[in-house]
Structures are given as C-alpha cells and as structure tokens.
Design a binder for this molecule. Structure first.
Ligand SMILES: [Zn+2]
Length: 412
C-alpha cells in the first residue's frame, strides 16, 4: 500500500527493528502517523535516511547531573564510595545555581548528541545543597525540552533521619515541581526509618520512587527485600525502581533466584550502572575483583522491568563518561559475556525497557507513538551495537533536534 496523505515530516527509507526492508515514516503533529511506503512529495519536510537504522531516542533512567563534570575540581583520594561521597559533600555547599546549570547543560548536550531523549536525573537535596541544584534542574528541564524530557528525582544522598532539615527540603521540592522522589537508605543512620518516611511522602504526593540500594558486594544482607515489602504494602507496584543493587552480582545462585523472584513479585524495577559499579566495587580484591554489576539481562528474562543507565559522568564516583547509553549497554554486554544474539535485549535495556521503568507515555516506533527518533550511522542492528555507531541526527516530537555528521576524510 502506498500512502497518499500529506505529513509534516517524512523519513525516507529507514531501517526499523523487526522490518526486513526499509520503510518510510510519516509524522503528523509530533506523532508517528504511518510506517510503510509513502508517495513522493507528501512530506512538507523530507529526510533521506538511506537505509540506516532508526531507533526511538534512548532513555537514561539514572544520571546525576548536579555532580557531573567535577573531575577537574576534585579527586577521590580514598578511591571508594565513601571517598567519592565525601569529595562531593565538600564541594556542594559552594554550588551556585549557575554552576550546577552550566555543568548540567554540558552533560545534557553530550547526552543529546549520543541520542538520549529522556533522562531521569537524581538531585541531592539537603541543608548543604539547599534547593540550588534543584532550581538549576528546573531551568534545565525547561530550556532543553526541545530535545530531551528531563525528569527530576530529588533524594537525600547523605542520609535523611541523621540530617535534620533534609526531609523538609525534600517536601518543599516535591511541592515546587520535582517529578519523583529518590532514596539512599545505606547512607542513613536509620535505613528502615528512611524507607518508611519516603514511601509515606511518595504516596501522599502520588509520585514514583527510585532508591539507591545495596552499593557493596556483601551478600549477607540487603535492603532490597524491605523495599519489596514496602512496595506491596503501599500498593506501589510498578512505581518503584532501584539503582545499583550490586549485591545481586555477588550472591549464590539459589539466593539470587529467590531474591529476584521476590523483586518480580513486588513489581520493583532494577537499573544497573555499569561504569560506576565497575569503578567503585571490589576494590579490596585487587586485580581479582568481581565485577559488581547487577545482571539485569537475567532480571529482564524473568519479567522484571530493568534498565542500564549512566549514573555518574566525569566525577569522583566515575571519572569517565560521554553520556552514551549505547556505549554503556555495549560495556555491559562485554562484561556479561553477551554476544550478537543478546544485543537486541541490551538495546532494549536503554530504550524500550528503560521507557517502561520511567512509565513514558507513547514511547517507541509505532503508529500513534511520539516521534522521538534517532538515526544511527549504520544499517544493521548488531553492527550498530557492537561497533558503537553514533546517532547522526535526532527528531524530538517530530522536529529535528540535532545533527552529528560523520567524519569527513580529506584524501590527498
Ligand atoms: Zn546514582
């Protein structure tokens, strides 16, 4: 069938996952209206895709914009998690809205160029940072909406019950436009108390929750089970995610299977942060360190909503980063011994699955979905994934939001 209607934008000869031959994509009012063959000249604007792979924009479910790009300002002499938290804690009392905005903008622009179109940022709110970082995030959310949907998750990085004033500031941020609430029980003097309060706040404000959980490799205890219990008690199934869950990388198989069955039952989602988790875990084991990354592809196979995300970029927690989710999923595949037959699932973990975790409406390349589309510089999915092909351009709500031309060679 040849579609004859007119469109705001037509993408010509795009290779979509699951389609044997290239398709045209017709877009009206920022949504995908048609996938098929479209008559010539039916788009007010047309773009030749020339058989390249198109994907829905990537979804980064876990990034710390407020402490990104601090590499030149502080190191991490201790090397581990405590050293990183302390290094940032020393800096953040001097944060200004302008400073946080500038570093966040640099990170967001990197992410846009790598094809990310949705991002959940965790933002530290406590008496040292006040609401300054949160204010900067609100400005970033507004000023970059043309290219990226930013979701703001406020959370207490250094504990809540041990840090008077933090809960009140979080409460204020929720009233003033935060999109969801985060937690970090392992740094609290009363982890259970923190979880109890945060669940109460989230249900009162009707908001999703996203916890930093179990950031070590000791399998003898975990907060994950308590989060599952509280999720069920609150009736918040499908609305709670956890990040790190590194203990899942260190458990015996029987304990692992029992725990993830519990996670699946409670409808809790899990995000792996490969770069940070590799960098900060297992340091006491020297060159025999275990990898410390939750095996989220196995969780996905058990029906758990899972994702892979960036977490930290160029700071004491992770002195690396270019915000590329494709690179992060590729890194994950490397360390989990996954091959080409698993690449599609890894791609899901930074796109479709990540979108389910964030409960993004209208995500994907389907009729009626939002036209948030990236064009990769390659044709075959396995080669794009394995070869880390960058996106060449992106369309947000059906409007071109960036281009990134391939290198031009000047032959002699
Ligand atoms: Zn984090």
């Amino acid at each position: 069938m040849l579609f004859q209607e007119s469109f705001d934008l037509v993408l010509r000869d795009a290779h979509l996952r699951g389609h044997a031959v290239p398709q045209d994509i017709g877009i009206i009012d920022g949504r995908i209206a048609v996938i098929g063959r479209i008559s010539a000249g039916m788009g007010r604007q047309e773009e030749a895709i020339d058989g390249r792979l198109v994907l829905p924009g990537f979804v980064d479910t876990h990034v710390h914009l407020d402490k990104s790009c601090l590499l030149c300002r502080c190191g991490n002499a201790g090397g581990g998690l405590k050293g990183a938290i302390a290094a940032v804690a020393r800096l953040k009392q001097d944060y200004t809205v302008e400073d946080v905005y500038a570093r966040g903008a640099r990170t967001i622009e990197m992410a846009i160029g790598k094809g990310t179109m949705h991002m959940r940022t965790h933002v530290e709110v406590d008496p040292r940072a006040g609401l300054r970082s949160f204010e900067a995030m609100k400005q970033l959310r507004q000023n970059y909406a043309f290219a990226l949907d930013l979701s703001i998750c406020v959370f207490p990085q250094e504990g809540m019950l041990n840090d008077p004033g933090t809960e009140e500031l979080l409460e204020q941020a929720l009233v003033e436009g935060a999109d969801l609430l985060g937690g970090c029980p392992y740094t609290d003097s009363d982890p259970s108390g923190q979880m109890e309060r945060l669940f109460a706040m989230a249900t009162r404000h009707d908001l999703d929750l996203d916890f930093h959980v179990d950031f070590d490799l000791d399998p003898s205890w975990t907060h994950l089970e308590e989060i599952c219990e509280r999720t069920e008690t609150a009736g918040w199934q499908g609305r709670v995610a956890v990040g790190h869950a590194t203990k899942l990388a260190a458990m015996d198989e029987a304990v692992f299977e029992r725990l993830i069955a519990r996670v699946a039952q409670a409808g809790v989602a899990v995000t792996a942060l490969p770069s940070t988790d590799l960098y900060l875990n297992g340091r006491d084991a020297g060159f025999r360190a275990v990898r410390g990354v939750a095996p989220v592809h196995l969780l996905k196979q058990r029906g758990i909503i899972a994702s892979i995300a960036s977490n930290n970029v160029l700071n004491p927690f992770t002195p690396f980063g270019d915000c590329s989710l494709l690179r992060m999923a590729n890194l994950y595949a490397n360390l989990m011994h996954l091959g080409p037959e698993d690449f599609a699932a890894c791609l899901d973990l930074v796109s479709e699955d990540a979108a389910r975790l964030m409960r993004i409406e209208g995500y994907g390349l389907a009729i009626g979905a939002k036209a948030d589309i990236i064009v990769m510089d390659g044709e075959e999915e396995a080669e794009v994934f394995g070869g880390l092909c960058d996106p060449m351009m992106g369309f947000k709500h059906g409007r071109k939001s960036f281009v990134k031309p391939a290198a031009t060679l000047f032959r002699p």
